[in-house]
Design a protein around this ligand. Structure first.
Ligand code: ZN
Length: 355
């Protein structure tokens, strides 16, 4: 053999190796995507909500904020639907309520719901002063809404790679229930809005073609010292997947190995009763590190952008890892087998020609 053809064989081998490695890398690498969630955007979304005032049903601030949420989510989703209803309890006045739903990837049949309540509490029963006055609700309400809007932005950039439809659902009338001798709105229960939404859910999807995959609720995700609990009504698979995702990103203090176990009444219950795997990503607001729950200090000062980032990036990463359109499993075997053949044959040829 002449020297020239030997060199070209080596080059051929290197080229094939490079091709194979190049093919394998994006297919087997753990993260095929970047994380784009921006905590400053989310923080600003909380600030905007607070600028509207208290988002208590029956107020102008409430209505104005609903319009703003609808406008924001409309930028990033394919379709916005508004769920209008009234809540009227006993002899009490009737209150106009609205759930806001933004749908991404409406052509996909499998639906993942990302939810948060957007109303804020009408009383500060856990404070030491002005207990009958409404709270800002920066964390309780505001943070979940803010993270959801920013998630809509980043997931809309990635939508063609997703094999699911995503609903961004902003739920009204969650936070007016009874605590420490006080109702938010007289005789209301917690999570009034989500029950009405689930009762009316047939108006929002085609049950013959579409199905629900899971429901992920974000509630109080923006306080400092973020540490999520193991919420007892939540699906354990969903819990483990999301906690592992957070730990993988290095957020093991927010997603601890042995989280506090608590049962919380929240908007996920109605969706669980409907039959979906659900999770409530929430903190221990009873004995935990964040002490401003249902007080006037639930304000911007007590929001930590790092917590918004931890929550947002973890959900973004979870969605991209579990719902990216992938090759079928057999395709991986074909690629690996093909890689071996493509590597071995040139090496054998090369050595035979060298002798
Ligand atoms: Zn609350």
């Amino acid at each position: 053999m002449g020297k020239l053809s030997l060199i070209s064989n080596e080059i051929y081998t290197i080229l094939i190796l490079a091709l194979v490695l190049g093919l394998d890398f994006p297919l087997t690498s753990a993260n095929l995507f970047t994380l784009d969630f921006n905590e400053t955007n989310a923080y600003n979304h909380i600030s905007t909500q607070l600028d509207f005032g208290f988002r208590v049903p029956g107020t102008a601030s409430h209505n104005n904020c609903a319009d703003w949420i609808g406008g924001q989510i409309g930028i990033y989703t394919d379709e916005v639907m508004i769920h209008d209803y009234s809540i009227q309890i006993g002899e009490q006045p009737s209150y106009f309520c609205q759930d806001i739903l933004g749908k991404l990837n409406t052509e996909k049949n499998k639906i993942v719901i990302l939810g948060a309540h957007w109303d804020s509490r009408n009383v500060a029963e856990k404070d030491t002063y002005n207990q009958s006055q409404p709270i800002p609700g920066a964390n309780d309400g505001g943070s979940g809404v803010a993270v959801l809007i920013e998630l809509a932005r980043v997931l809309s950039l990635y939508k063609d790679n997703l094999d699911c439809q995503i609903w961004f659902l902003f739920i009204d009338a969650e936070d007016q229930g009874y605590s420490r001798g006080m109702y938010g709105l007289e005789y209301w229960d917690w999570s009034e809005g989500s029950r009405v939404f689930v009762d009316d859910i047939d108006e929002f999807y085609d049950s013959s073609a579409e199905n629900f995959d899971s429901f992920i609720l974000l509630d109080m995700v923006g306080g400092s010292n973020l540490q999520f609990i193991r919420e007892a009504n939540s699906d354990s698979n969903l819990h483990n997947r999301i906690f592992r995702e957070g730990q993988k990103l290095g957020y093991s203090s927010a997603f601890p190995e042995n989280p506090t176990v608590m049962s919380i009444i929240d908007d996920h219950i109605a969706f669980k009763d409907f039959g979906m795997p659900v999770i409530d990503l929430i903190i221990d607001f009873v004995n935990g590190e964040w002490e401003y729950h249902h007080t006037h200090s639930d304000n911007l000062e007590n929001i930590d952008p790092e917590s918004l980032k931890i929550t947002g990036q973890t959900v973004e990463s979870y969605m991209k890892n579990f719902y990216t359109v992938g090759f079928p499993v057999w395709a991986y075997f074909v690629i690996i087998l093909g890689s071996i053949i493509l590597v071995i044959i040139p090496i054998v040829l090369l050595f035979r020609k060298r002798r």
